[in-house]
Structure formats: C-alpha cells, structure tokens
Design a protein around this ligand. Structure first.
Ligand code: SAH
Ligand code: TMP
Ligand code: ZN
Length: 405
C-alpha cells in the first residue's frame, strides 16, 4: 500500500505492469546497458479516490534538453490548441492588459496564437529543446519546472495571471500540492486554472491501459479533482469533455465561491458516483481486460508472423512503451516503428529496442499489417495513409479491444 500524493490517504494497488523503462527515452545502441527501469504499478486512494502511480520517477530523468515529444506533431492537435487560444482570447483574456501562463507549453502549440495576438503570456517549460522550438515561434518561455517557488518568481516579475492553463501536464506532476499552492500564489482573485488530461472513466471504458506510463502519474476524475481543489481553496466550476488523446476532460477551477459551478460540472460529478470508478470491482474488471488484450494481441502478432506476414508499428508513442514492454513485443514481431518526430528517428524504442524510422519507411514496401500505436490519432493517420489500405494493408488496433480493420 502506498501513500496518496494528494491527501496522504492509503493507496490500494490495482495493476502491476512490472519493470518498465522511461516511455520517452528513445535510446541509442550505446545506451542499452544503462537504461533506467522502475516498477510501473497503479492504485487508487481510499480517501480522496485519486488514481495514481505507486512509484515516482525523478522528474529530471523524464523532462530535459532531449525530451522528444512535440505537441505540434499532429494537425488535429495543432487545430485543437489554436481553437483553445482563440477561446481564451475571446473570453477570459478579453479585458485590459490580460496575462496567461501555460504550464508545459512544449513547442508553443497553444501560446503561439496568443503571442501572435500580442497578448501578454508566459510558458513554463522545463524541457529545453522543445522550449526552444516555442521561442522560435515568438513565445516567451521560462525554462524551468512549475512549482510553488516558480509562481512566486513569476508573480514578482509579471504580476498575477488571469488564466493558468495546462494541457497534458498536470497529470505529469507528482508534487501536485506544490503546483496548486503555486496556482494560488499566481492566479488573480477572479482568475481560472484550466487543465485538460486523459479522463480515467474513458481509460476504464476503453481499457486504454497504455495511458499508464512513467509520465502519467495521475488519472483524474471530476470527483478526485474536486477533492484536490477543495484542499487548496479552489472549486471545480466547469468540465468539458474533449475528443483528443483518447478522451479527456478540460477542468476549470476557480477560487471557492468566486464562480457558479455549471450544470455540466454538477452532472459529471453525479454520473461518476453511479459509475463506481474507484470501486474494487470496476478496477478488477479493468485489470482482467488488460490481461485479455495482452494475450489477444500477442497471439494475433504470433499468428501473423507464423504465416509469414509482416507487421510494422505506426507512431512511437509514449503509450506504446507500456504496450511493447508489458506484452513482450520486440523486433522479432515488429521489426520497426515509423514516426514523424525527428528526435525519435534513428533511435530505438525504450526497453523493447525496436528501431524507429521515418514515415517514408512505411511505404518501402508496405507491410501486410500496421500496428497502430498512435490509436488516438487514428482518424488523422488513416486519412493520410489511404494508399496502405488500397494496397491491401490492414490496421491492427488494441483499443478498446484487439481487432483488425
Ligand atoms: N501541453 C503540451 C505538452 C504535453 S507533454 C500538449 O498538450 O501537447 C508534457 C509537458 O509538460 C512536457 O513538455 C514537459 O516538459 C512539461 N512538464 C513536466 N513537468 C512540468 C512542470 N513541473 N512544470 C511545467 N511543465 C512541466
Ligand atoms: P501522442 O499519442 O503522445 O500524441 O504521440 C503521437 C506520436 O505519433 C508522436 O510521436 C508523433 C507520431 N505521429 C506520426 O508519426 N504520424 C502522425 O500522423 C501523427 C498524428 C503522429
Ligand atoms: Zn488521496
């Protein structure tokens, strides 16, 4: 049993993936012997219902100069963040001299539109390489981890923020109490803290167990977010389901009593009580389905290979690290994975050591099957790879179950 990083309550483990490497540590041959491993297991807090990893990886191991993930790697995500910026500009930032801070701004996918509009902004981004890409787009960045001390520095330099935004970042931060104290320090009295992350109810519904990896420390629900917010004087005032990354929720927190919670927030909180997301039965069911998916995927891949068929991976996602290492998929089953991210190409996938190649390698020649690791971008990818299907190729998916299309 662990101790909850939010409320110090007892955390009950419900799934153990065993020894796992760092999901975004794309390695060179000379790094194979020194790869970092830890025990990846997930549990739920018996007091505040926050779902969280049982073990924490030191943040400098994950987020550094060579962090390879680029938010702008997907056209759908670029459009999503442009729309997000436009919405903020038209609503919360529609006042004299507004100021927005983004935690984990990455390559500036969201803040670029804010910078282009001439609105005061700051990205806080510890991964130097991606922060530099944002700076090249005209985005102002502070290259550090956001926590309580950062908030004091930013407030002293720039004043309070009308909006603090974080996409796919808050769930990456085990020391979340320090972040919420920082938000309290930095946010204007009538400001909002808006964050969007994979929704645990969707992970259970789709059995998308590959959302569980080193960087994803927390798996939020409206219930657990509300309890966490209350500990810091905040209230959950709005929720918005988002279709991106396999199903997310955008949560809006405001200082308690400063805004009226929307009907959507109240409704989701009610729904979750009935869904029993934190119940042991629900979590045992999830665990059993994860094992079934592993067995089904492995027998499919072995059958295809046994009959002389070829399989190539599509999208060297962080999520794929859990799939390959938990299921035991190596280069003998999937000889390479294609990915559009320059920093991943020419390297090897963590743990499994499957080579990563450029997208052009996919058609050279087309394999019989493509294992879609980037299933959350399925629509975008299948639309651009129609020639693969026309040539007789088939996609293998494992979310929400193992199937071929
Ligand atoms: N917001 C982007 C990037 C998500 S990846 C998107 O949605 O696509 C997570 C990002 O959070 C990484 O760029 C990582 O460097 C950053 N990060 C990790 N810990 C952080 C912290 N304490 N403060 C700010 N950013 C952090
Ligand atoms: P993500 O699921 O964490 O966003 O990662 C998606 C990965 O897939 C990322 O490494 C970029 C890659 N990718 C492609 O190779 N081609 C594509 O068309 C898209 C959308 C993503
Ligand atoms: Zn707790």
């Amino acid at each position: 049993m662990g101790e909850c990083r939010v409320c110090t309550g007892p955390v009950n483990e419900f799934f153990d993936f065993g020894r796992q490497p760092l999901s975004d540590a794309f390695v060179r041959k000379e790094d194979f012997a020194s790869e970092f491993f830890f025990r990846l297991a997930v549990g739920v807090c018996g007091s505040c219902s926050m779902v969280q990893l049982m073990n924490e990886v030191p943040r400098e191991h994950m987020f550094h100069e060579d962090y390879p993930y680029l938010s702008s790697g997907s056209a759908v995500m670029r459009a999503h963040f442009e729309r997000t910026a436009e919405r903020f500009l038209a609503t919360e930032l529609n006042k004299p001299d507004p100021f927005i801070v983004e935690l984990g701004c990455n390559d500036g996918a969201m803040l670029k539109a804010v910078a282009d509009a001439g609105v005061r902004h700051l990205g806080v981004e510890p991964s130097g390489g991606v922060a530099q890409v944002a700076e090249a787009k005209g985005v102002r960045v502070r290259k550090t981890f956001f926590e309580e001390s950062t908030a004091l520095e930013v407030r002293a330099a720039d004043g309070r923020a009308d909006v603090i935004f974080a996409a796919n970042t808050l769930c990456h931060i085990p020391y979340i109490g320090s972040v919420l104290r920082g938000v309290d320090t930095l946010l204007a009295p009538d400001g909002v803290f808006v964050f969007e992350d994979p929704y645990f109810a969707e992970i259970v519904r789709r059995t998308s167990f590959d959302q569980i990896y080193d960087e994803h420390f927390y798996f939020f629900t409206a219930q657990s977010v509300r309890a966490m917010a209350a500990r810091h004087g905040f209230e959950l005032v709005d929720v918005e389901p988002l279709p991106v990354h396999g199903g997310e929720i955008r949560y809006t927190l405001a200082r308690a009593g400063s805004r009226r919670p929307t009907e959507a927030a109240r409704e989701l909180l009610r729904e979750e009580v009935d869904a029993g997301l934190a119940d042991l039965d629900t979590l045992r069911g999830f665990a059993a389905r994860v094992e079934d998916i592993r067995d089904g995927l492995m027998s499919l891949l072995r059958d295809v290979r046994g009959q002389g068929g070829t399989v190539v991976g599509y999208g060297a996602t962080a999520k794929s690290c859990t799939v390959t290492n938990y299921c035991g998929i190596g280069p003998e089953l999937v000889p390479y994975v294609c990915d559009s991210t320059p920093a991943k190409q020419g390297r090897f996938m963590p743990g499994s050591h499957i080579p990563v190649r450029e997208p052009a390698a996919f058609a050279d020649p087309y394999p019989d099957y493509a294992l879609l690791f980037a299933w959350n971008h399925a629509e975008e990818i299948m639309a651009k790879e129609t020639a693969f299907k026309d040539a007789g190729g088939r996609w293998i998916l494992y979310v929400p179950d193992v199937h071929v299309t």
